[in-house]
Structures are given as structure tokens and as C-alpha cells.
Ligand binder design. Structure first.
Ligand code: MG
Length: 164
């Protein structure tokens, strides 16, 4: 059985993952409106990934005999100044999620819940990848100084993202 503190924190993390999905879907909607179909595609994939993160935790809670309680998902922002700003916000959000995951690991350690600590390993590594992939896109946008042609080039490249 999960103890109540860990159950509450895991439930909060389900909400955070679904909020991430909602945020990335909002970013996809922004890119779609700008005609940047590749960036929109990338963000839709990102949103799907976040839903799968939320479901991984959802299923884990039941594997441990716990109970999922869904709570309200906050309204995400819907407008940004530029593609660079969108990816910078996305990076900022991922560093926030990384902190939430690390706090969960520390709680699991404190509560001596070895199964939860081990379950969270996958998320710790996933966050390293999430931050790295967004950082690369930010570097590319900064390197090309966000001129129109380079945005279209990066858009085309991001449109080729597969299910990963
Ligand atoms: Mg996630």
C-alpha cells in the first residue's frame, strides 16, 4: 500500500503531467495559427508523451493499491511573442517538472518507499532528455537569430518527429 503522503504527491504529479499535455497542446494551437505546422506537430507529440507520463503514474498508483483522484487542470497560456519564446517557456516548464520529480524522489526516500523511488528513476532520466531536446531547439533558434527562412527550416525539421 502507498502511504497517504506519497499517494497525494503522486496524484498531484498526475495533474502536473496532464497540465503539461494541456500546455503543449496550447503551444501546438499557437503554432497552428501561425502556419508553423511542423512545430505544431512537434508540440502535439509532446502533449501525447505527457499524457502517457500521467497514465504511467495513474497505473502505478493502482499497482500499489492506491486511489487516483483527478483534480482541475489549470488554464494554460495561449499566446506568445515568437517561436523562441514558446520553446523558452517550454524549457522553463520542464525545469519546473524536473523539480517536482526530484521532490517526489526525496519524499519516497524519506518515507522509505523503495518501490516508488525505483519507479521514479525512469522519470528522472526522462526529464534529462526532455530538457536536452528543448534546449537544442532553443540553441538552433538563437543561432539562426530567428529569421524567417531559418524558422521555416527548423519548422520542417520538427515536423519530421516520430513517436518517441
Ligand atoms: Mg512529463
Amino acid at each position: 500500500m502507498l502511504n497517504s503522503k506519497i499517494q497525494l504527491s503522486l496524484n498531484n504529479q498526475v495533474n502536473a503531467e496532464f497540465y503539461s499535455a494541456y500546455l503543449y497542446l496550447s503551444m501546438a494551437a499557437y503554432f497552428e495559427a501561425q502556419g508553423l505546422k511542423g512545430m505544431s506537430h512537434w508540440m502535439k507529440r509532446q502533449a501525447e508523451e505527457e499524457i502517457s507520463h500521467g497514465m504511467k503514474i495513474f497505473n502505478y498508483i493502482y499497482d500499489r493499491g492506491g486511489r487516483v483522484t483527478l483534480t482541475q487542470i489549470e488554464t494554460p497560456p495561449s499566446n506568445w511573442k515568437s517561436p523562441l519564446e514558446v520553446f523558452q517557456e517550454s524549457f522553463k516548464h520542464e525545469t519546473h517538472v524536473t523539480k517536482l520529480i526530484h521532490d517526489l524522489v526525496k519524499l519516497a526516500q524519506k518515507e522509505n518507499d523503495i518501490a516508488t523511488e525505483s519507479f521514479l528513476d525512469w522519470f528522472v532520466q526522462e526529464q534529462v532528455e526532455e530538457e536536452a531536446s528543448v534546449a537544442t531547439i532553443i540553441d538552433q533558434l538563437l543561432l539562426t537569430q530567428e529569421n524567417g527562412a531559418s524558422i521555416l527550416f527548423i519548422d520542417k525539421h520538427l515536423g519530421e518527429r516520430k513517436n518517441d
